[in-house]
Design a protein around this ligand. Structure first.
Ligand code: M6R
Length: 612
């Protein structure tokens, strides 16, 4: 994370690299750096902080003349944003420089092996193994060395590398992290995102997983992971710069919904052992004894983050058999909550700056509780003040309506639940391994739902036209928790009055509102509760409601009594929430588009609520 760029051509590389990096600033970052060929020397300039800081540093020292280089703005995920941890990384000999977006899952094993081979490391980053690996495999040809490297690393990467030993060459590779090659007049650009290069060219190759790009002054080409040439069509960028920031999507929200498979994978990847048997939360410093001593857990957050906490409650109580309470942060902070040193307080916040959540964290610490933060922003107030942090590696979320932050928060809830169950031995090794197998499939299953977004678009166009004023979301158990998130998503960007109800609660008052054509979204992914939910749907239908059902593939019970059905891929029944929310996000999105509201910046709302 978060933006990488490269240049090879006849112009001066430094201003181009800095300009390309600036085009990616909107994505957020906390350190920046470049590496260039300065004559025969490979020169690196990097620092924690903003690009302007790096720029000043370069200006003070005099900008070196160079025609090849790479740059990175990194949003630290696993490590602190310090000068040493800033990109680019070099190997022991400083012969190679690398920038890398993504996560090298097996970096620990590679690092240990390289250390035994005599390599020494200076940073805490996973990315640093890459230049050392290139160094290890280099035998006079950079692209061959890169092919060796990509056949050994696991995880996601978009990487760029060059060496002063072959000054007229820049090599890049990708897997599960975007990478493009821009084509200019006898010059080439590399970037993780199209906006970076738009002021120079609108023609690009979009690299696919496993592909390697080789750039030389006399021409550029692309190879597959075996080193065989790949024929690629040139992609012509038709969007303007503002649209390009959204990578061709109409809105940040849609872009961010589509980033979820990658975000989920990143959030999961290095927290699961390579043999898929257990969860490893290396960043959490709680000892097994502390984990065993906890007598209760409190989840605290606002809005979407609070909803993630509710999923966490259902799950952790079931898996760990420990009482879990969920609180809205603005309530928690003033209600003198019962806390002690045997309470684990989990504060959840995408921004890490929400005033009420921060105050709740402080209240918890004041009362001696242990605080674990689940947040998306490294260096945020909440991340700094919590005892432990579990980061969601969603990448910057720009749309006010939270999507990828929520689903990555759910991944953290799953990981936390499994981790606690592992330590407290409330699940068997087999049960944990089974859930991990299902967890691993979630990113791909989310992608399958996203691929069917046209179905949801049609439903939105049919059922959420301007005359629609009210809608209810219903469900039981985990489905109720997701119903809350679905209704919040819809109300915040469409301004339709939406409410979520526990399906069994309707007959205690809400039924009075149901009349002919009243729209209901009914979630039926919880198999043990399905029959009950189906009965509630039948009661609603008998009163004239129009019902859209959400069910697991293969269901017929719900499908037979609703007007429309949306199917989800099958997964472990405790993990359905992450799949069930995707159609609800899409429904809210397309309803907003249909009604012409401001999708990314709904009225009266702001992304981070830093005041009470
Ligand atoms: O940054 P946070 O997660 O602490 O923000 C909490 C809420 O303000 C946020 O989730 C809000 O509810 C979203 N706009 C919902 O989409």
């Amino acid at each position: 994370m978060c933006g990488i760029v490269g240049y090879l051509g006849s112009q001066s590389a430094v201003p181009i690299l800095l300009n390309c990096l600036k085009q990616l600033e909107y994505r957020g970052y906390d350190s920046a750096g470049i590496a260039i060929l300065n004559g025969d020397d490979l020169t690196v300039a990097k620092s924690a902080g903003k690009i302007s800081f790096l720029e000043n540093m370069l200006q003070e020292e005099g900008i070196p003349e160079s025609h090849v280089g790479i740059g990175h703005t990194r949003w630290a995920t696993q490590v602190r944003p310090t000068d040493l941890n800033s990109p680019p990384d070099t190997g022991c000999t400083s012969n190679f420089a690398v920038v890398h977006n993504g996560i090298i899952e097996n970096y620990q094993a590679i690092k240990e092996w390289l250390q035994k081979e005599g390599h020494s490391f200076v940073s805490e980053t996973d990315a640093e193994v890459l230049p050392h690996l290139v160094e290890h495999f280099y035998q006079g040809d950079l692209e061959t060395a890169v092919l060796e490297v990509i056949n050994r690393v696991e995880g996601s990467y978009a990487m760029m590398v060059f060496t002063h030993k072959e000054p007229r060459k820049l090599v890049a590779a990708r897997k599960d992290s975007p990478l493009i090659m821009g084509l200019g007049e006898k010059e080439y650009f590399l970037a993780s995102d199209i906006p970076a290069i738009l002021s120079y060219t609108r023609q690009a190759y979009i690299l696919e997983d496993g592909e390697v790009a080789v750039l030389k002054p006399e021409g550029a080409y692309i190879l597959d992971w075996k080193g065989l040439p790949v024929d690629k069509a040139i992609f012509k960028v038709e969007w303007d710069a503002a649209a390009a920031e959204k990578a061709g999507y109409d809105h940040f929200m849609r872009k961010e919904m589509h980033e979820q498979p990658r975000a989920l994978k990143d959030t999961l990847s290095s927290r699961i052992s390579l043999d898929n048997r257990y969860v490893q939360l290396n960043e959490v410093s709680l000892t097994p004894q502390q984990i065993k001593d906890f007598t209760r857990i409190k989840m605290v957050g606002c809005g979407t983050a609070y909803h993630a906490g509710i999923v966490g409650k259902y799950l952790i109580e079931k898996l760990v058999r420990i009482p879990v309470e969920v609180d809205i942060a603005s309530e928690f902070r003033y209600r003198d909550p019962l806390l002690d040193e045997r309470t684990l307080v989990v504060v959840i916040s995408q921004s890490g700056e929400t005033a009420d959540t921060l105050a709740a964290l402080r209240e918890a610490k004041r009362k001696g509780a242990r605080v674990l933060a689940v947040t998306n922003v490294v260096g945020s107030s909440i991340s700094r003040e919590a005892d432990d942090v579990l980061y969601t590696w969603a990448g910057p979320e720009i749309a006010v309506a939270s999507t990828k932050a929520y689903t990555t928060q759910l991944i953290c809830m799953y990981l936390l639940g499994l981790y606690l169950a592992q330590v407290r031995r409330t699940l068997s090794e087999e049960e944990i391994a089974t859930m991990i197998t299902h967890l691993r499939q979630l990113p791909q299953q989310v992608q399958m739902i996203l691929n069917r977004e046209q179905q949801i678009k049609k439903l939105a166009e049919t059922y959420t036209r301007s005359e629609l004023e009210n809608i209810f979301f219903i469900g039981r158990g985990l489905d109720y928790a997701v119903a809350m998130e679905g209704s919040l998503k819809l109300k915040e960007i469409t301004y339709i009055h939406a409410e979520a109800y526990a399906a069994g609660e309707l007959k205690h008052g809400t039924f009075a509102l149901i009349e002919e054509g009243f729209p209901i979204i009914a979630l039926g992914t919880q198999e043990s509760l399905l029959e009950k939910t189906v009965n509630n749907v039948k009661e609603l239908k008998a009163r004239g409601a129009t019902v859209i059902g959400l069910a697991l593939k293969g269901d017929t019970q719900l499908q037979e009594c609703v007007d429309e059905i949306i199917y989800l891929p099958r997964t472990h029944n405790d993990l359905t929430s992450i799949l069930a929310v995707i159609p609800l996000q899409l429904l809210a999105y397309y309803a907003a588009v249909t009604r012409g509201t401001n999708v990314d910046q709904p009225r009266n709302l702001t992304k981070a609520v830093t005041v009470e």
